[in-house]
Design a protein around this ligand. Structure first.
Ligand code: SF4
Ligand code: SF4
Length: 407
């Protein structure tokens, strides 16, 4: 990377990182209390389901601390009771949750320490202190779930690295956390992660280890083995499952007039997705990114309702579209790239921009990569390994144009 480019990226990070959190929730006009009530009434109370053998029932679609505040308020009224990334609220925890704390399961997401998801390490003291600080900031008094964010690099780490568990046990003794969970990414073939493995292998080791109670992982329509098989096994063994990164291209489909013209009438990508996730899979629950009140109603009104013919056909069309255009983040290409490009990371950030309406977050994350899409030399070595036969060099070039800040 040139010095000039490096400086541009650093400047970009400094100027954008500070405003990122507030921008995520304040992009649109805040809805009135009446509009929120009306949205909640359209959705109604959400059904709940057991979260594995954790002894808890959670709504089939859970909420997230990163959502737009209108969506959060409406979700509370609809009985949503599990909050992913509750620590992201900082000092802005919704008063309704603070007032009725025991009715909500709030999760703290704890990253690796002293680096990012690839380079950071497991460190008992750093994880312990992170949770203490998050509690002080949020005023939540305790977190129901302490989540190891980004997860383990391989099955050996599950077996041998117990620093996260020790931090959890210390906090649990103090009454500050209650359940242990993780979100697991893929690391197979990642040149920056020694002996990295993919999520299904690592999560199988996690279940065998018997310490964690539930997990989040990437899962959406068109999913294939081995994640499909792992989800079925988790259900059989009573290990809790919450799908994330579920909107595989749904946002861009909605903006594609030709696609929407051919979608069966009476459904939408988000609505069909919600029905599919909550009734046609073996998942316990799922999280869907919500940017505004309309999207909340569109999505959550499908939660727990069976697929109609129009939704099933819609899901088929969505899967076909996604298979052509949207990376499933499987990481199968990673070990074959001579340039060491994190193709799945880049195409994950493309999703944030294209499907979640989170262009700023996507550009901040993209700017932090040591090798961006323009490092691709179009050698084609990765192509035979992509299960979707994506034109990876084209996708990287398009993503670079979309996400690059300068230069
Ligand atoms: S085509 Fe690009 S992404 Fe694929 S292996 Fe070659 S350099 Fe890497
Ligand atoms: S580009 Fe293809 S192989 Fe690479 S992560 Fe995406 S879907 Fe998997």
């Amino acid at each position: 990377m040139s010095v000039e480019k490096s400086i541009h990226r650093r400047e970009f990070l400094v100027t954008t990182a500070g405003v990122l959190a507030s921008t995520v929730t304040s992009a649109c006009r805040a809805a009135t209390a009446e509009e929120i009530e009306q949205a909640a009434a359209k959705v109604g109370k959400l059904p709940r389901r057991k979260l594995g053998n954790t002894g808890r029932d959670v709504t089939v679609l859970v909420g997230a601390g990163t959502w737009n505040s209108d969506g959060i308020e409406a979700a509370i009224r609809c009985g949503v009771n599990y909050w992913h990334k509750a620590d992201e609220w900082g000092g802005r925890v919704p008063p309704a949750i603070l007032k009725n704390r025991e009715a909500h399961y709030c999760q703290v997401c704890v990253d690796r320490a002293y680096g990012n998801h690839e380079t950071g390490r497991i460190d008992e003291e750093a994880h312990y202190q992170f949770v203490k600080k998050a509690l002080a900031k949020t005023g939540l008094r305790y977190f129901d779930d302490m989540q190891f964010h980004f997860g383990f690099h391989n099955a050996a780490e599950v077996k041998n690295e117990h620093g996260f568990l020790r931090a959890f046990e210390r906090l649990k003794k103090e009454g500050l956390v209650r359940h242990l969970c993780l979100s697991q990414h893929h690391y197979g073939g990642n040149s920056r992660v020694e002996s990295g493995q993919n999520a299904a292998e690592i999560l199988t080791a996690v279940i065998d280890d018997g310490v964690f109670e539930h997990a989040q992982f990437w899962y959406s329509y068109g999913e294939t083995d081995p994640m499909q098989q792992w989800v079925n096994m988790a259900r059989r063994k009573g290990f809790g499952t919450i799908a994330m990164k579920t909107m595989r291209g749904a946002g861009r489909m909605k903006a594609d007039r030709e696609f929407m013209k051919n979608l069966p009438s009476g459904t939408t990508p988000h609505h069909a997705l919600a029905r599919w996730l909550t009734t046609a899979t073996e998942l316990d629950a799922a999280v869907v990114e919500i940017n505004n009140l309309d999207q909340f109603v569109d999505t959550f009104s499908g939660a727990g309702k069976p697929l109609r013919t129009m939704d099933s056909r819609g899901i088929e069309q969505m899967a076909a579209y996604a298979n052509r255009e949207v990376c499933r983040l499987c990481n199968e290409c990673a070990s074959h790239c001579p340039q060491g490009i994190s193709v799945a990371d880049i195409l994950r950030y493309e999703r944030y921009a294209q499907d979640y309406g989170e262009g700023l977050r996507a550009r901040v994350l993209y700017a932090m990569l040591d090798r961006q899409g323009d490092s691709c030399i179009a050698c084609g070595d990765c192509l035979p390994h992509c299960p979707q036969e994506l034109d990876i060099p084209r996708k990287l070039a398009e993503s670079h144009r979309l996400l690059v800040t300068r230069g």
